[in-house]
Design a protein around this ligand. Structure first.
Ligand code: B16
Ligand code: MG
Length: 218
């Protein structure tokens, strides 16, 4: 029985990863190096400060900055990221997501956001998605980052559902692990081989239906 679907944001509902990458790449350039796509990939699903550590390590700057300097760099990156987010519109919602959320809503399945991003609320508002979500758990509400299950456990609690009734949609391996540790089934969204542990894998939401989900994971 599926009574609640919990969605990661970046890489599942919208493609903000390219904005994160552009903003981190600008920070890297200001430090004198080019950020590689592989380092950018490693920041997916990871908290802002942990992402900064990945970026600094990629440039050979691991452990070189004081906490205040790191805070300052993270703030600069976030300001730049928010400039990109500020230009987002409802057209930025990934294909098939809105119809799938509409179908869940019509069937009375709870819809929850479970994201590491502190900017998740802003992004939902920009894309006109906020009214479709019954609960939003973002990086401002959780202390422990994925693969810790806190974000999803909290989401299920807010929706008033037990973990066994929840399915998590994720594009990052850390999120699939977090779902498993929360006692939830998971759907890996996208092509990454790192999603092999998901209960079900899909390329995206185009043509995806609740019946297909239930047939595969129930
Ligand atoms: P912010 P998700 C994650 O979002 C992103 O994938 C990751 O790249 C980012 O570092 C993290 O949010 C924190 O984002 O700087 O906006 O707080 O995939 O968990 O929806
Ligand atoms: Mg993600």
């Amino acid at each position: 029985m599926i009574r609640c679907c919990i969605f990661d944001l970046d890489g599942v509902v919208v493609d903000t990863a390219r904005y994160h990458f552009l903003a981190w790449a600008e920070l890297a350039r200001s430090l004198g190096f080019e950020l590689t796509p592989a380092a950018g990939e490693a920041t997916k699903g990871v908290s802002r400060m942990a992402s900064l550590d990945i970026v600094l390590e990629a440039g050979g700057f691991a452990g070189r900055f004081a906490p205040e300097e790191r805070e300052c760099m993270a703030a600069r990156k976030n300001d730049r990221y928010l400039e990109f987010v500020g230009r987002m519109t409802p057209d930025d919602v990934l294909p098939g997501v809105r119809p799938f959320l509409g179908e869940l809503h019509a069937r009375g399945v709870k819809i929850v956001l479970g994201s590491a991003s502190k900017n998740a609320g802003t992004i939902l508002d920009r894309c006109g998605l906020r009214p479709l979500f019954d609960a939003v758990v973002d990086g401002t509400l959780v202390a422990r980052a994925k693969p810790d299950p806190e974000v999803f456990v909290r989401g299920a609690e807010l929706a008033g559902e037990v973990p066994a009734a929840c399915v998590v949609f994720e594009d990052a391996a850390a999120g699939i692990e977090a779902a498993a540790r929360a006692g939830m089934r998971s759907v890996g969204v996208g092509p990454s081989p790192a999603l092999a542990a998901a209960t079900l894998r899909i390329a995206g939401f185009e043509g995806f239906t609740f019946d297909r989900l239930a047939a595969a994971v129930d």
